[in-house]
Design a protein around this ligand. Structure first.
Ligand code: FAD
Length: 465
């Protein structure tokens, strides 16, 4: 048993945890970073954002290469070497986790590998591959993240996988069911479809990616109803594991009458917070029955010297939210008075087309009784989109009706996520439609659609594209 005394312990080395630890160390605080994994980066880097994007990159290039045949350039049928694809993905992850290890070392942040649990208000016990370590701390940041939700009525079987299993890419199933029409399921379905799987998607609600606006998802469906067999307003009622496959029964509007056989079922019905798994009660920290830990705007829990950040403090469960929360927690521990109070947090589905939104959606504006107006610019009218064969897209701006201020925006189309930052900045800066419309956007670009949508609101559209 070894013992460590430190000013700050950070439990969990995901984007929230490592960002908090690095910021704290940069401000001169002696910091220990604990994670059960051997590598830093948490879910996002090891089994989330990054490996999924590496695979989505492969999927996108494959689709584009295939599509080029209609423009006069053919590459022939793709030959898939799954070992090499996996190695590419693992290489991307490895490069980034190594980078984090280097940055941690440079800052003298001590990494303790092992599973940590509080044993008191100022002590944490970590059980790792090298034995037990007791850490006494002055301050702590809980950044233990979240894990996939599993469904109790689905049997334990190698062919039932979650996002982590899907990222392992053990094989390319001939027929796979994606259970849940949210971002993670659709991203993984996109990868497998490109590699040759037949994908069915079942979603209980009447829309995929339910948080996005209906008009945006209408554009999405145009492409995706060709790629996937989509069963909306339908639920899975049972899964029977047989030797020759998983037989899934459905109920609802688009339910098949008989059980359907699948080679694999990907369960992607959301993530649950890990707040209940760290013995927070031993430190006096309140955790709700779902596993969330409540914090104030300084990321402080009900115990003054213990902070919490990331997925386990609430929605949206996104890496960039965790990073900013981590910075706020570290800065408060260093004695600065900082608050987590963003006007908006962007969301992106890295499907093809990408779905991206920030600030209020139209749905939320309606629910909140906000007086708003929208302006949309279809990419079918964009010169760059036409030249790049990317007309399945749309830019939608949401303005406060009286002041003209930008209060939200959404984009669907290729690389939409890359362009969303401009709308986020406009919201944070309190920009109005005129500010955006008068900002000269390069022509021809896809992001000039943001300026053009704002001109539509201003009533001064030009015929530029
Ligand atoms: P996590 O990243 O969840 O890290 C928590 C860490 O704590 C883990 O490493 C875990 O091992 C460790 N831990 C937990 N309990 C203990 C304990 N008791 N002792 C020691 N260690 C412990 N978000 C985006 O913003 N963009 C994306 O494109 C995106 N894509 C995703 C794709 C997939 C497939 C998945 C699953 C998620 C994706 N996310 C994405 C979500 C993103 O991964 C999370 O929001 C983010 O990782 C949360 O960060 P975090 O710091 O709260 O904790």
């Amino acid at each position: 048993m070894s013992e460590i005394k430190t000013q700050l312990v950070v439990l969990g080395a995901g984007p929230g945890g490592y960002s908090a630890a690095f910021r704290a160390a940069d401000m001169g605080i002696e910091t220990v970073l604990v994670d059960a994994r051997e590598t830093l980066g948490g879910v996002c880097l090891n089994v989330g954002c990054i490996p999924s994007k590496a695979l989505l990159h492969v999927a996108k290039v494959m689709k584009e290469a295939k599509h080029l045949a209609s423009h006069g350039v053919s590459f022939g049928e793709p030959e898939i070497d799954l070992d090499k694809i996996r190695a590419y993905k693992d290489g991307v992850v490895g490069q980034l986790t190594k980078g984090l290890a280097g940055m941690s070392k440079m800052r003298k942040v001590k990494h303790v590998q092992g599973y940590g649990k509080f044993t008191g208000a100022n002590t944490l016990e970590v059980e790792g591959k090298d034995g037990k370590t007791t850490i006494s701390f002055e301050n702590a940041i809980i950044a233990a993240g979240s894990e996939p939700v599993s469904l109790p009525f689905i049997p334990e079987d190698d062919r039932v996988i979650d996002s982590t299993g899907a990222l392992e890419m053990k094989d390319i199933p001939e027929k796979m069911l994606v259970l849940g029409g949210g971002i993670i399921g659709l991203e993984m379905g996109t990868v497998y479809e490109a590699l040759g799987s037949n994908i069915d998607v079942v979603e209980f609600l009447d829309q995929l990616i339910p948080a996005a606006d209906k008009d945006i998802m209408k554009v999405f469906m145009k492409t995706y109803k060709e790629k996937f067999n989509i069963m909306l307003e339908t639920k899975v009622t049972g899964v029977e594991a047989k030797d020759d496959g998983l037989y899934v029964s459905f109920e609802g509007k688009n339910a098949p009458a008989e059980p359907v056989r699948y080679d694999k079922v990907l369960v992607a019905v959301g993530r649950k917070p890990n707040g209940g798994l760290v013995a927070a009660d031993k430190a006096g920290v309140k955790v709700d029955e779902r596993g969330f830990i409540s914090v104030d705007k300084q990321m402080k829990t009900n115990v003054g010297h213990i902070y919490a950040i990331g997925d386990l403090v609430g929605q949206p469960m996104l890496a960039h939210k965790a990073v900013h929360e981590g910075h706020v927690a570290a800065e408060n521990i260093a004695g600065k008075k900082h608050f987590f109070d963003p006007r908006c947090i962007p969301s992106v589905a890295y499907t093809e087309p990408e779905v991206a939104w920030v600030g209020l959606t139209e749905k939320e504006a309606k629910e909140q009784g906000v007086s708003y107006e929208t302006a949309t610019f279809p990419w079918a009218a964009s010169g760059r989109a036409i030249a790049s064969d990317a007309t399945d897209g749309m830019t939608k701006m949401i303005f406060d009706k009286d002041s003209g201020r930008v209060i939200g925006g959404a984009m669907i189309g290729t690389n939409a996520g890359e362009m969303l930052g401009e709308i986020g900045l406009a919201i944070e800066m309190g920009a109005d439609a005129e500010d955006v419309a008068l900002t000269i956007h390069a022509h021809p670009t896809l992001n000039e659609s943001i300026g053009l949508a704002s001109e539509i609101f201003e009533g001064s559209i030009t015929d530029l594209p």
